[in-house]
Design a protein around this ligand. Structure first.
Ligand code: MG
Length: 390
C-alpha cells in the first residue's frame, strides 16, 4: 500500500484580460433583489481551486473546485487534509464518509461538500495513476465510442450576434445547443417577448433536427415560468434548466409535470439531495457537477439511483471530472461542452489552468484508453495571467 503523504491546495485567480459581458446576458437569482447596479456581479467565476493529493510513492492526484475557491481552500487545509493524510487512497468510500461525517454539521452542502469533492476527485485521479488506468476504466469502462457534446454558450445578446454564434458552431459540427435567457420577471411582458424572440431566432438557425436547450439560471419565479412556458413549447426545447431557485423543489416538480422537461441539480449535493429531487419528480434531467456534488464517489452513487428511475444524468459543465463518469455510464447520454473562448464568465477558465481537457471535434469528445487518471496536468502556458496562492 502507498499511503497519502500530503494534500496541497492552490488558489488560481485570473488576472488576465476579460471580455465584458453584454447587459442582460443571463438571468440569475440576484435579479429578484431591488438594488440597482451590477446584478451580474456574483455571476463570474474567475477563481479556481486546485487540490493535489500526493502519495508516498510520489504520484500526485489532481482535483479541482470552482465554487467559492478561497473558502474551499481554507476548508481543505484546515479540516479535510488531516482526515486523509496517512490513509490508503483506495479506501475512497471510507475516506468520503470520514470527511462527510466529521464535518456534517456544517459541511454537508455548499462549501464543505465542494471541498470534499475536490479531495475526492484528486483521490480518484491518484487511484487511476497508481493503477495505470484511466478513471473511467475504474468506474465501468467505455460505454460509448465517443461522447456527443452540446454547445453551451449563447448568452443573451442581440439577435444577430446569437444567430451568428449558433451558425458558427453548427458549421463546426455541433447538433445540440444551449442558450441563456436574458430577461425575467422585472422586465415585464416586453422582456418576455425579447426572450421568445431569441429562442425563435436560434431555432431558426439550427433547424428542426438539432436539440435546443434553454437556461434560466434560477433567474425566474415560479409564476413567471408558468406564464412563459406555453410560449416556449412551439420551439420544442429538449429541456428548460433551473427556471427557479435550487431550493424550490416543489416549484420544479410543478413545472416538470408540464409540457417541457425541467433540468437541474448543478446546485444540489450528495446522494440524499438527489433522492429528494427524484422522489419529488422535480427534474427530468439530472445535472450535478462532480466538483460540487461530492466528487466521483458521490456522483457514481447518484448515477445508480438515477438509472433505476430512468432519469438521465448530464453533468454540469463537461470537463474531465464529469467526462469520465459520462463515459462509464450508459445513463449519461451526452455532455455539456463549454467552448474555448477568451475569458468572459469564467466557464472558460478550465482550459487556462489545465492541459488535457479534450476539445470537441464535430460535436464529440473522446477519452484516451491509455492515459492513467483523469488525464489532466497543470498548464504553464497562462501562468503569467494568474495569481496563485498556495
Ligand atoms: Mg446551468
Amino acid at each position: 500500500m502507498t499511503a497519502i503523504k500530503s494534500v496541497r491546495t492552490k488558489l488560481y485567480e485570473w488576472t488576465g484580460p476579460t471580455v465584458p459581458p453584454q447587459p442582460h446576458f443571463c438571468t440569475n437569482a440576484s435579479d429578484a433583489l431591488y438594488e440597482r447596479g451590477d446584478a451580474m456581479g456574483s455571476f463570474r467565476f474567475h477563481q479556481w481551486l486546485v487540490c493535489e493529493v500526493e502519495a508516498e510513492s510520489g504520484e500526485i492526484g489532481l482535483g479541482n473546485a470552482a465554487l467559492c475557491p478561497p473558502l474551499v481552500k481554507e476548508a481543505i487545509d484546515r479540516y479535510y487534509a488531516p482526515l486523509v493524510v496517512g490513509e490508503d487512497p483506495f479506501d475512497y468510500a471510507y475516506l468520503w464518509e470520514k470527511m462527510y461525517r466529521r464535518t456534517l454539521a456544517w459541511g454537508r452542502k455548499g462549501v464543505g461538500m465542494t471541498a470534499i469533492s475536490a479531495v475526492d476527485i484528486a483521490i480518484w485521479d491518484l487511484m487511476g495513476k497508481l493503477a495505470g488506468r484511466p478513471v473511467f476504466k475504474l468506474l465501468g469502462g467505455r460505454t460509448k465510442e465517443k461522447i456527443p457534446c452540446y454547445y453551451s454558450k449563447l448568452y443573451a445578446d442581440n439577435v444577430e450576434a446569437m444567430q451568428a454564434e449558433a451558425q458558427a458552431y453548427l458549421d463546426k459540427g455541433f447538433s445540440m445547443f444551449k442558450m441563456r435567457f436574458g430577461f425575467g420577471p422585472k422586465d415585464g411582458p416586453a422582456g418576455m417577448r425579447e426572450n421568445i424572440k431569441r429562442v425563435a431566432a436560434v431555432r431558426e438557425v439550427i433547424g428542426p433536427d438539432c436539440d435546443l436547450m434553454l437556461e434560466a439560471y434560477m433567474g425566474w419565479t415560479l409564476d413567471y415560468a408558468k406564464r412563459i412556458i406555453p410560449k416556449l413549447v412551439p420551439y420544442e426545447p429538449r429541456w428548460l434548466e433551473e427556471p427557479v431557485i435550487a431550493d424550490d423543489i416543489h416549484g420544479y416538480a410543478e413545472l416538470n409535470a408540464g409540457p417541457i422537461p425541467i433540468s437541474g441539480g448543478e446546485h444540489e449535493f450528495t446522494l440524499f439531495g438527489f433522492r429528494q429531487l427524484i422522489d419529488a419528480k422535480a427534474v427530468s434531467v439530472i445535472q450535478y457537477d462532480t466538483n460540487r456534488v461530492g466528487g466521483i464517489t458521490a456522483a457514481q452513487k447518484i448515477n445508480a439511483l438515477a438509472e433505476a428511475y430512468q432519469v438521465p444524468v448530464i453533468p454540469h459543465a463537461g470537463q474531465m471530472h464529469n467526462y469520465h463518469l459520462t463515459m462509464a455510464n450508459l445513463n449519461c447520454p451526452i455532455s455539456e461542452y463549454f467552448p474555448v473562448f477568451n475569458v468572459e464568465i469564467g466557464n472558460e477558465l478550465f482550459y487556462y489552468i489545465f492541459e488535457g481537457d479534450p476539445e470537441a471535434v464535430d460535436g464529440h469528445i473522446d477519452l484516451d484508453d491509455a492515459t492513467p487518471g483523469l488525464g489532466l496536468t497543470l498548464a504553464d502556458a497562462h501562468a503569467d495571467n494568474f495569481t496563485i496562492v498556495q
